[in-house]
Ligand binder design. Structure first.
Ligand code: NAI
Length: 506
């Protein structure tokens, strides 16, 4: 592993907007003298003021000593000509997301800096290979993708294009680590790791909405309370801005050669056309009106609990649920698909990507109830359920009551294939598996990137390991059969583990 740049090395940040300012603060906090440049008059002075303000907030919260804050700010030097950054060892570019503008800048930079100077770009969507074309030393260009806000987000994706020298990538990774960040190594590809693997988190929610499986508040509550994501997909899209989220999806869709898996949602496009962009416009999936209470998630009314629950299908992931039911005084029977059950007793199973209605027919049990996935059945406060079209009220209510007795808020969803959490997690794992299959990043780096770049409760590949890659593959195969769409095709990496019995993390 190459060493990090020494503290004495000068760092230049070009572009003093949201990201450049944050990155300059990170580098100065790590002890480097930082040049801050922007083409817009007054922007670097404003950037420095923003840094001082952020540091002052850290001081007032007791997280930073006042003299340290002053020393950090004093290391940030606004400059008005690129020439003033000529002795930099690392230049980080964070200007407008425009290929031509960035390439023009690299030409101007190469005329000023020494031949050993590394040029890093914070681009979030452009190809590092394309950006390097035409440079005198294309091997010195590397992606250094920080997340917003840079001073607080721990992840840096270090992105190598076809020209990038491995030494340059290694030194930038070591430097990011020395700055207190966690770096992952990525091969240049649309969306890198985080923006690509995260697509299904939004995409499945949009499809579930389009299919009228549940309303936004219900989807969000399930992904928060059952799956432990910090925010649900709809509230998150409202925060990011529906237009911004759609633009990222559209750019990835184009860059992926119009692979239908990444196709933008019609529903989202309509919302954007209507100007419902989320928080910033006052309305997106939700309305943001002072004093107006938002909608709440669907929950079943309190029901009388069954004395016992009959579980079938894939039992391993449900062991913690079985224990929780037993603790609540509910008996748990486990039956095989061919075992008869008493009349009026529902068979209960974890979804496997087939609808409850189909399973009721295939497994000879009219009263079929499906459960959605929870990250941890021992602790989750909410669980998603659905029932077969044939399932009668009484057996269904008895299952609902038992789950309520065990402490769950029971949230009904329509009988859609794969339900909400299971299908989202399977698709996240599948996309992550493709990233590994295509040599874009290692399984460890993909999981780290998703935990730190998007605050996922668990890496998607670790989650697939927990469920078993075979089950995840089966869910996807059932989804693909159900919808007849390429969208749910199984990643070769997942398929290999499905048959070998192996795991992503040894
Ligand atoms: P921004 O619009 O806040 O800042 C860009 C700054 O660059 C502006 O101050 C502008 O005056 C300056 N600029 C434009 N052209 C210039 C040039 N030729 N030379 C010098 N300065 C120039 O943009 P933001 O959000 O900070 O994004 C910057 C880069 O970081 C983009 O490539 C973006 O894709 C990427 N990025 C943005 C993230 C975000 O959440 N905003 C996250 C990660 C990456």
């Amino acid at each position: 592993m190459k060493d990090a740049l020494p503290r004495s090395a000068k760092v230049a940040v070009i572009g003093a907007g949201t990201m450049g300012t944050g990155i300059a603060q990170v580098a100065a906090s790590a002890g480097h003298a930082v040049y801050l440049h922007d083409a817009f008059p007054g922007a670097c002075e404003r950037g420095k003021k923003a840094i001082e303000k952020d540091l002052a907030a850290l001081v007032s919260r007791g997280k930073l000593a006042a003299d340290e804050a002053a020393a950090i700010a004093a290391r940030v030097h606004p400059i008005h000509k690129l020439h003033a950054a000529a002795d930099s060892a690392l230049v980080i570019e964070a200007i407008v997301e425009d290929e031509e503008a960035k390439r023009t800048l690299y030409g101007a930079l190469e005329a000023e800096v020494a031949s050993g100077c590394i040029i890093a770009t914070n681009t979030s969507s452009l190809s590092i290979t394309a950006l390097a074309r035409g440079m005198k030393h294309p091997e010195r260009l590397v992606g250094m993708h920080f997340f917003n806000p840079a001073p607080r987000m721990a992840l840096v994706e270090v992105v190598s294009g076809l020209f990038t020298s491995p030494e340059v990538a290694a030194q930038v990774a070591a430097t990011a680590n020395a700055w207190g960040k966690t770096s992952v190594q990525v091969k240049s590809t649309p969306g890198f790791i985080v923006n690509r693997v995260a697509r299904p988190f939004y995409g499945e929610a949009l499809r579930l909405l389009a299919e009228q499986a549940a309303d936004p508040a219900t989807l969000d509550a399930l992904l928060r309370d059952s799956a432990m994501f910090r925010m649900g997909p709809c509230e998150l899209m409202d925060m990011i801005g529906l237009d911004v989220n759609l633009a990222v999806t559209t750019s990835l869709f184009q860059a992926m050669g119009y692979d239908r898996r990444y196709a933008p949602s019609l529903l989202q496009q309509e919302l954007v056309r209507a100007g419902r962009l989320g928080r910033k416009s006052g309305e997106g999936f939700y309305r943001y009106v002072d004093g107006e209470a938002g909608p709440t998630a669907a929950v079943e009314p309190t029901a009388e609990a069954a004395e016992s629950i009959t579980l079938t299908g894939e039992l391993a992931p449900l062991q913690a649920l079985a224990a929780r039911l037993k603790n609540a005084g509910i008996g748990v029977k486990q039956v095989a698909r061919s075992d008869p059950v008493e009349p009026g007793v529902a068979r209960v199973a974890l979804s496997d990507g087939r609808s409850a209605t189909r399973r009721a027919v295939e497994e000879h049990g009219q009263d079929f109830v499906l459960l959605d996935l929870c990250l941890d059945y021992a602790k989750a406060v909410r669980i998603g359920v659905t029932r077969a079209a044939q399932c009668r009220d009484e057996p269904y209510r008895a299952v609902v009551g038992a789950l309520q007795k065990a402490g769950f808020a029971v949230t009904p969803v329509a009988d859609v294939a794969g339900l909400v959490v299971l299908r989202t997690v399977a698709m996240l794992a599948n996309e992550a598996a493709d990233v590994v299959a295509q040599g874009i990043g290692s399984a460890a780096d993909v999981d780290t990137a998703m935990r730190l770049g998007t605050n996922y409760p668990q890496g998607p590949l670790a989650w697939a390991d927990q469920l078993g890659p075979a089950l995840v593959a089966r869910v996807l195969a059932n989804l693909q059969a159900h919808y007849g769409e390429d969208r749910y095709r199984i990643s070769p990496a997942l398929n290999r583990l499905r048959w070998s019995g192996g795991k992503f993390h040894a």
